[in-house]
Design a protein around this ligand. Structure first.
Ligand code: NAD
Ligand code: MG
Length: 359
């Protein structure tokens, strides 16, 4: 088994990565736990609830199941309240353990519920999408959406453990795998040239979910994210580099209408655009831009952005959280494997956009 130790302000915890982890979940339940509540959705429950329930029942503790509707559209107050209704209805107390079984949507909501219920109960992340395994389950951010914005209501709250079972990836649609891989290769681009080189060589086996490669990809991704986050838990500086490709990516997601492109797909394409901008602003060599493009393509994500006029792009990117005082700010690569955040004048952004669009 591969283990990544995360040392966060809110507590230290292990990320345990291996095939067959679901069957071992009893081992992560603290002895003084009074009851266990699994939070999941019908899609994941149909595939994995039975083995997870069975594994947790071995502790002898009562096990409750809370099923929320599946989808980003349900990452809201109503679902959060369903969790509280169920926890209170079953008379769970401060010693309850919440188990988040699902992708990033379930993990973010169950984590936020754990942060709030009784002012904080312990929770375990059991991420079942590649994106959740390499990104959302690490770093302690939990949230729900508000009609006025994504992830606008939430808390920093750490799990007591993250249990990554690589077997569950076998039921994920290929598009979801590719979208998760975009975030994987991102860690190489922003932080670790050796890992980028390795991804270039191993992208095909990763897509086929070959055990050795997928475990290494998840492990290194979690390590890089944990390292970056530990230096900047509350996102005052360094943590922003994790958003490489996300300014263009968010514009694609919102401009196309949420759900048309998967988040990771938009980020993949956005990283190619951010690489071109890096070439213009900080001299990233053309051959490195080409390598980034080739790796995104090999991960199975789209590489051609929507054909919008520059004004539309700029308008869509105006709302980005990194912007300060009306200035557009981007995560850029000053070299492959190293990122920084910088303000860029609109004219320069237009120049970069002109390399992608014909309108
Ligand atoms: P998701 O949770 O919606 O899962 C995608 C789909 O796959 C869903 O329909 C889900 O039911 C299904 N699914 C899950 N596991 C499966 C499996 N093993 N087999 C088959 N189907 C499965 O989406 P996601 O991409 O995992 O997560 C996206 C969410 O994560 C967003 O809400 C985003 O805001 C959040 N996020 C949070 C952080 C953070 O730091 N907290 C970081 C990145 C993303
Ligand atoms: Mg992302």
């Amino acid at each position: 088994m591969s283990v990544v130790h995360v040392d966060a302000q809110g507590g230290a915890y292990p990320i345990q990565i291996a095939a067959g982890r679901l069957a071992q979940l009893a081992g992560t339940v603290p002895a003084d736990t009074s009851a266990i509540a699994i939070v999941t959705n019908p899609t994941v429950a149909a595939l994995y609830l039975a083995p997870v329930k069975q594994a947790l029942a071995a502790t002898g503790k009562p096990v409750h199941v809370i099923e929320l509707p599946d989808g980003e559209a349900y990452k809201n107050w109503e679902s959060l309240n369903l969790i509280f209704d169920a926890l209170l209805g079953a008379h769970l107390d401060r010693k309850a353990l919440i188990v988040a079984l699902g992708g990033g949507v379930i993990g973010d909501m169950a984590g936020f519920a754990a942060a709030c219920f009784m002012r904080g109960v312990r929770f375990v992340q059991v991420p079942t999408t590649l994106l959740a395994q390499v990104d959302s389950s690490v770093g302690g951010k939990t949230a729900i959406n508000h009609p006025l914005g994504k992830n606008m209501v939430g808390a920093f709250y750490q799990p007591i453990a993250v249990e990554v079972d690589t077997d569950v990836l076998k039921t994920l649609p290929a598009r979801e795998i590719s979208a998760g891989l975009a975030e994987v290769v991102k860690y190489g681009m922003i932080y670790d040239l050796d890992f980028f080189n390795w991804c270039e060589e191993q992208i095909a086996p990763m897509r086929r979910l070959e055990q050795e490669q997928i475990v290494h990809a998840i492990r290194r991704s979690c390590e890089v994210k944990a390292e970056v986050v530990s230096q900047d838990e509350r996102e005052s500086g360094l943590r922003a580099i994790l958003n490489f490709g996300h300014t263009f990516g968010h514009a694609i997601e919102s401009g196309m209408g949420y759900g048309q492109w998967l988040h990771g797909e938009a980020v993949g394409c956005g990283m190619i655009m951010a690489a071109e901008l890096s070439a213009l602003v900080c001299g990233l060599p053309a051959q490195d831009v080409a390598r980034i493009k080739a790796l995104v393509q090999a991960s199975g994500c789209p590489i051609t952005p929507p054909q919008w006029p520059a004004d539309r792009w700029l308008e869509l990117m105006q709302v980005d959280k990194k912007n300060e005082g009306g200035q557009l700010r981007f995560v850029l690569l000053d070299k492959l494997g190293h990122a920084k955040v910088q303000a860029v004048a609109p004219d320069v952004v237009r120049q970069a956009l002109a390399r992608f669009t014909t309108v």
